[in-house]
Every structure is written in structure tokens, then in C-alpha cells.
Design a binder for this molecule. Sequence first.
Ligand code: ADP
Ligand code: MG
Length: 379
Amino acid sequence: MENLIAAFTSLTGSAPVGVWSAPGRVNLIGEHTDYNDGFCMPFALPHRVLVAAAPRTDRTWRVRSLNNGEVVTFSGEDLVPGMSGWQAYVAGVVWALGEAGHAVDGADLVLTSDVPMGAGLSSSAALECAVLTVLADLNALDIAGIDRAKLARRCENEFVGAPTGLMDQAASTLCTEGHALFFDCRSFETRQVPFDPAEAGLELLVVDTNTPHTHVDGEYAERRRSCDQAAATLGVPALRDITSDGLADALARLDDPIIQRRVRHVVTEDERVLDAVRRLEAGDVAGLAPLLDASHASMRDDFEITVPTVDLAVETARRAGAIGARMTGGGFGGCIIALVPRGEADRVADAVAAAFAEAGHAAPDRFIAAPSAGAGRIA
Ligand code: ADP
Ligand code: MG
């Protein structure tokens, strides 16, 4: 924080009027359910983007990221969708606010982030949501949390050009400390679900497999198509409308075994999210473990979105003492989460690192994630 304020002062010659932050996230459970109108349950990481800011009187935004050392400046005329580079995540927020009828004044912004970038932990949503929170406060805009998330998503979808659901921005904006966020991807209804691994004598370990993502876009598009096609064949708006009671009937009406497996993943994953909510609301954090395991098996065998490094990480974590583990995120690399007895996280992560070294994979990263607060002003 001191470094950030010093950097702001050296850029602008005066002190910031405040410091704001927004977190990255991990998804506890509910993978590839978003575009099927289903359920997911992310929580906010302690890792965040911090932004020191002060208003300007012109319609110019000057932004410095301490992560890459760059300073970029843009004005109202530069707000054209398709802008390239990291500044698009900032300019796109100004643009999305403008599109929604909120004309905002210029600002000086200096930011720094400890959210790992490109690891599937949503450093992009953290950046968008932090900037949105700054601009909303500096311009005294009264925008509800879910609408802030939608504006940040609009930045990412339409200005940056990355097609994503609303989960990441909803998590970064709406999460609260000690809770996971149940999110209904059809109605956008949310619920704060108590999630305190420490109180249950557990820790939530995140291991980044550092696997280079390959073929992700094509595979993602193929999964989406399969799901849309299955919903059309079954005569429902989305796979969310198939419940576990109706699963056997639905599968009998689909003749392609691959499509059958895709549908089984989505339907059972939605059910696992609802089950996870019930267990957490009953205070049963350890009860998540079998759901994490089942989610991983479903992603590996039915949705076929895991890769060997990810499976190795999950299997090794379990053998080393995790009570449950799964890949988190869209797949084909990224992170795993493991629920481990308190004090065991290092041992479990060391076991994964050793297995990776033995198999000749790049070294994984690790951290413990306590469910943290969403975006807001911190100073
Ligand atoms: P993820 O959201 O999974 O971390 P993305 O590819 O969606 O991965 O977003 C990463 C991109 O977001 C980076 O390549 C960069 O353009 C931008 N970004 C995120 N955080 C920062 C930051 N602190 N400074 C500059 N750019 C950032
Ligand atoms: Mg992202």
C-alpha cells in the first residue's frame, strides 16, 4: 500500500484521494454450468488489484500498472471497442459506464495486483471491478452490485472482446469475507453461503499447475455447441431445465454417447452445487469433499476438460492427505483446489511439486485461499 501511494505521488505530484481494491476468485464448484443457465459458487481470493486514484478535471484517464511499469493515457475519443493491450480492461470500464448513461470525469489511477495473471483466477475481472468501483465512487454513481458486475462484464465481452459469463465479475463485486457466493446464472440471483474452512479445521489449497493452455477456445466452443444441441433435442431452453430426476429419461432420448456424457456432467454438476449449498448452510464444510471429488471425475470422464497435469495434481493431492480435490476453472490447464486438514497444505503441495518434478512438468505454484471480501474502498 505504501509503495502504491508513493508511486501515485511520483506520477501525479500529489496524494491519491483514496485506495480501492477488488479480488480475483476461484470457483468452489459448478464448472461449465454458466452457459447452461445453471449454478456455480465462487469465492473471492485474498489476492487483489489495488488502485490509488484521484479525479482530473479533463476527460482524460492516465493509468500506471506497477505490474508492468507502463503508463497509458486515453481520452474520450479513444474509447473504441477492440482496443488492444491491458489498458483495454480500464478504458472498457469507462466505455461501459458511458454506454449505460454514466458520463464519468477523468482520473489518475495507479494500480498493482497480486492476482496471478492468466492462471484462471480472474485477474482481468479483478482489474475491471476495481476500476469500476473507483470510478463509481469518484463520480458518486449509485449502481447496484449486480449491475456493476454486468458493466464490468460488458467491458470484457464487448470492449476487450473476450466472451465470458458473469460469474467472475459477480464474484469480484459481490463476495463477502467468510462466504462463497451461490450464483444462479439464469436469474442472476445470488446468496451468501457461509464458508469458513479454518473454523472446520480445514484449509482450501490452490495449486496452479502452470500448464500452458492449448486448444482452449476450440474445445470451449465445441462443449457449448454440444450443450446447445442437446437442449434443442430435449426441447428445453437450457440444460439447467433437466433435473437429476429426469436425467435417465433425457439420456435415453440422446443417441450420441459423447453428447450423453456432456449432458450428464452439466446436470450432475448443477445438482452438486445445490448439494454443496445445503451442506455449507448446515455447517458441514468437510461434506464438500466428496462433491469436489465427484465434480473432478465428471469433468475428467464426462465433460473431458481435464489434462494429465491437472489429473496428476488432483490424484497426488488426495494421496497426500487432501480430503477432496478438483480442477477449478474452464479446463485444459489452470488450477486445482484441494480441501486439506489445517496445517497440511504445504505437505500436500510439496507432494504435488515432487510428482510434477518426477514427471518432468514445470513447477506448480500454491497458496492457501481464505474466502475474502469483494470490491470496495479500503483507504
Ligand atoms: P485471467 O483473468 O485468468 O488472469 P485473462 O487473460 O482474462 O486471465 O486476463 C489477464 C490480462 O489482464 C493480462 O494479460 C493483462 O492484460 C490484464 N491485467 C490483469 N491484471 C493486470 C495488472 N495488474 N496490470 C496490467 N494488466 C493486467
Ligand atoms: Mg480473465
